[in-house]
Design a protein around this ligand. Structure first.
Ligand code: PLP
Length: 363
């Protein structure tokens, strides 16, 4: 598209209408719930789950996808008919496909061939096309190549998540959490516990608590086969290595541009078996299944609950329910898959039993 076309009245009108359509979607949507997690009252520590699975596209990535589209539209990167390409392990692609269809744009998700069939179906159900790579690390270069070949736009969540999201407000996830905590016994949580894929969610929360002068601290959990923990601990932003994470949506083989280590107060490494043992254990307590990254979040949150209880400190903790478990019936909820992965839940199950019964942490 030439510069003249880009600035034509017709193009500008299309962009303004596209923005209106996305804002109308937000206007039709209710905010997600903040759910108390059932812990004994006499522990004097309250734990809450921010349930992002109730977004129209089923995960926390609905907020990010909306911000990325508005950012790309208002930057002039997307105009009428522009193919949109994204490098995603799934959740982001599901949400971006939803907005692309709303704007009548072709959408292609570039992802590892190992991505769960459920997520592939969800993307196709939203009208997107899936493009597979064998090497998880190839998703970036392949996305650029496809964008070049098709004259499209690579949305690049890993680079733009932290800058496309309005971290000062505009109902970002942090503003929503603190607003919904305001009438609770301990409205300013001592800790907010989240995972990192792009790092956009943790960056938004870390910035927001500083911007609003809250005393809350940010803890980020990291699964196996991810470089975030080591990179943060050793202040090595260039660290790479590791094959992809088994906990979909979080953990990365490189430190992503949207990962902001400086706003993170603590990181916790969580074994994959612990994440999966946790989601299986809490399903009956929550009355439903949740995704793997929620298990990683809860394992970290439980550890901090036990520390506060042991120290006799009263307060609250908030963590995220990132997506529903229906997307993982062929993986985390499948015993054969666990065996094939060599994952033993028993030792972590014991830790959860001791914690849920006595509030002590034995990991
Ligand atoms: C299910 C799930 N949980 C957590 C995250 C992490 O969020 P962020 O990319 O904001 O770090 C993702 C990211 O893709 C995800 O898909």
């Amino acid at each position: 598209m030439t510069a003249v076309d880009r600035c034509s009245d017709k193009t500008r009108a299309w962009v303004c209408e596209a923005v209106r359509i996305i804002e109308a979607d937000a206007n039709r949507s209710a905010d997600t719930h903040l759910l108390p997690f059932p812990l004994p009252v006499d522990w004097n520590v309250q734990l809450y789950l921010k349930d992002e699975s109730t977004h129209p596209t089923g995960s926390l990535k609905h907020r990010l996808a909306r911000s990325l589209f508005l950012y790309a539209l208002c930057n002039g990167w997307i105009t009428e008919g522009t193919p949109v390409i994204e490098a995603s392990s799934g959740s982001t692609a599901v949400s971006e496909a939803y907005f692309a269809r709303m704007l009548g744009l072709p959408f292609i998700a570039v992802m590892p061939r190992t991505t769960s069939p459920e997520k592939v179906q969800l993307i196709e159900h939203q009208g997107g096309r899936c493009h597979f790579v064998d090497e998880p690390g190839m998703i970036y270069t392949e996305s650029y190549r496809l964008a070049g070949e098709l004259g499209g736009h690579f949305m690049d969540q890993f680079t733009h998540a932290e800058r496309a999201t309005d971290w000062r407000g505009n109902n970002n996830i942090a503003e929503s959490i603190f607003g919904q905590m305001s009438l609770e016994p301990n409205p300013e949580p001592l800790w907010v516990v989240v995972g990192a894929g792009t790092g956009g969610t943790s960056a938004t929360i870390g910035r927001y608590v500083r911007y609003r002068a809250f005393s809350s601290r940010l803890a980020v959990v990291d699964p196996e086969n991810s470089v975030f923990f080591d990179a943060w601990r050793d202040t090595e932003p260039g660290l790479t290595g590791c094959r992809g994470s088994r906990i979909e949506g979080i953990g990365r083989p490189r430190v992503e541009p949207s990962f902001l280590g400086q706003v993170i107060d603590r990181m916790i490494k969580v074994p994959d078996a612990a994440s999966i043992a946790t989601i299986r254990r809490v399903a009956p307590l929550l009355g439903r299944r949740v995704g793997g990254s929620t298990g990683t979040n809860l394992w970290g949150a439980f550890q901090i609950v036990a520390e506060l209880k042991a120290a006799g400190v009263a307060g609250s903790i908030v963590t995220l329910l990132c997506d529903g478990g229906e997307r993982y019936s062929h993986t985390y909820y499948d015993d054969a898959w666990l065996t094939a992965q060599g994952i033993d839940l028993a030792p972590h199950d014991q830790v959860l039993t001791t914690f849920l019964e006595r509030g002590e942490w034995t990991a």
